[in-house]
Design a protein around this ligand. Structure first.
Ligand code: PLP
Length: 394
């Protein structure tokens, strides 16, 4: 089903001792693991939810940045993917033909890169200003292409997006009248709703009112949005409670993470991503030190109770209480578990997207075996160059 790195050589990834299939023991730590069965189950559940509620599924590829996984999302029913950077767009274009750039592209080189995406890519861009719209339209006209536009609304997060219905109507009208772009609808990101799933009633009700007002204003102006793009992992399972949404863009829930579990948007055994690490020291009482620090787990605060920077998959009560760049300090105060030096553990980070971004590859694991190796090709900013071309240049 997945393209395995080892397919190049035939068969499963081999260890370097010529002794057969790679196992977890063959991986040097820290290493980013994906439990393939859990990931597949997470994707199937998300796809089923969308189907059950008549919503389109356009997962955000910023979480995995890996074209093989985007292809799998499409195979399971995604209409396309969402991206945040030109690099992600370039990489995803190798696997997907419908891409939403949910980030306003500013600067000539970014626009040129978007216009150089292969012809088969149906591109839509989310933006919130006349400046971004006009620059996109001009680049598209010059390239002889048409770019779709979603007018971005601020539905309460206060990051980007137009606040008032009048401003949304104004920009939608401009998009509908500007050659080079096609007005396709609106988008918003409910990133301000991060609390426990069971406590989101009030915020979702406010979102419903906010969105409803804007859809009515646009419709009365003859600009009814065909696409109303929203969704996030914390609100994912309650998205159907907000009227008018047509598509969802969850990113995190392909893998889930400690934050997602803490707020009840997934179960602990639905966490599919972990960083495999080795205990390198138990010299200081009350703690064990592993070789995964901020450069493997990231140093993102937990947005829920519990503190620390991650927790052990097999011992969730053990938290990474502190990190330096290459050291992670496991707090042993609340556990009977006493690790040996050399023992390996799997750590679920607070925020999976930023941890993946620190890795070079993902190791797909089934049981104890390494079943796949995926290059995280969408990392970084530079224009993406296919491997074969890299080799030719080198
Ligand atoms: C614009 C936009 N859409 C969708 C997402 C996906 O949200 P989540 O990671 O909560 O699934 C993000 C996440 O940052 C985002 O910024």
């Amino acid at each position: 089903m997945f393209r395995r790195a080892s397919e190049r050589a035939g068969g499963l990834p081999q260890n370097d001792k010529g002794k057969g299939h790679m196992t977890l023991d063959d991986l040097e730590t820290p290493a980013a693991l994906v439990d393939v069965e859990r990931m597949e189950a997470n994707l199937r559940r998300a796809a089923e939810y969308c189907r059950a509620h008549g919503l389109e599924w356009r997962p955000h590829a910023k979480t995995h940045k890996t074209p093989e996984l985007a292809a799998e999302q499409v195979r399971l029913g995604a209409v396309g993917v969402t991206v945040a950077t030109p690099r992600e767009a370039e990489v995803m274009a190798t696997a997907v033909d419908d891409i939403l750039l949910a980030y306003p592209p500013f600067g000539a080189s970014k626009l040129e890169r978007l216009m150089r995406l292969p012809e088969h890519v149906r591109l839509t861009v989310g933006l919130d200003s006349a400046e971004a719209l006009d620059a996109l339209a001009e680049a598209a006209r010059r390239a002889g292409r048409t770019a779709g536009v979603l007018v971005e609304l601020d539905a309460g997060m206060g990051r980007v997006g137009l606040g008032s219905p009048e401003h949304a109507v104004e920009l939608a009208r401009r998009a509908s009248e500007t050659p080079g772009v096609e007005y396709r609808g609106i988008m918003f990101y409910p990133g301000h709703i991060r609390g426990p799933v069971a406590e989101q009633d009030e915020a979702l009700a406010a979102l419903d009112v906010c969105l409803g007002e804007r859809i009515v204003a646009l419709s009365e102006a003859g600009l009814r949005p065909r696409v109303v793009s929203g969704g996030s992992t914390p609100t994912f399972w309650r998205s159907h409670e907000v009227a008018g949404i047509t598509e969802l863009r969850p990113g995190t829930n392909i893998f889930n993470d400690r934050t997602t579990a803490e707020i009840g948007a997934c179960a602990w055994d639905e966490c599919a991503y972990s960083v495999l690490a080795t205990v390198v020291s138990t010299a200081v009482a009350g703690q064990a030190v592993v070789d995964a620090g901020s450069k493997a787990l990231a140093k993102e605060e937990l947005r829920a109770t519990g503190g620390g920077y991650g927790a052990l998959l097999e011992h969730p009560e053990v938290v990474v209480k502190a990190v330096s760049e290459e050291h992670g300090l496991l707090d042993l105060a609340g556990t009977e578990w006493r690790p040996r030096v050399g023992e390996r553990v799997r750590i679920v980070p607070n925020h999976v997207c930023v941890s993946v971004n620190l890795q070079e590859r993902l190791w797909g694991v089934r049981g104890g075996e390494v079943a796949a190796e995926w290059e995280i090709a969408g990392r970084g900013r530079a224009p993406w160059v296919a491997r074969a071309q890299t080799a030719a240049i080198g």
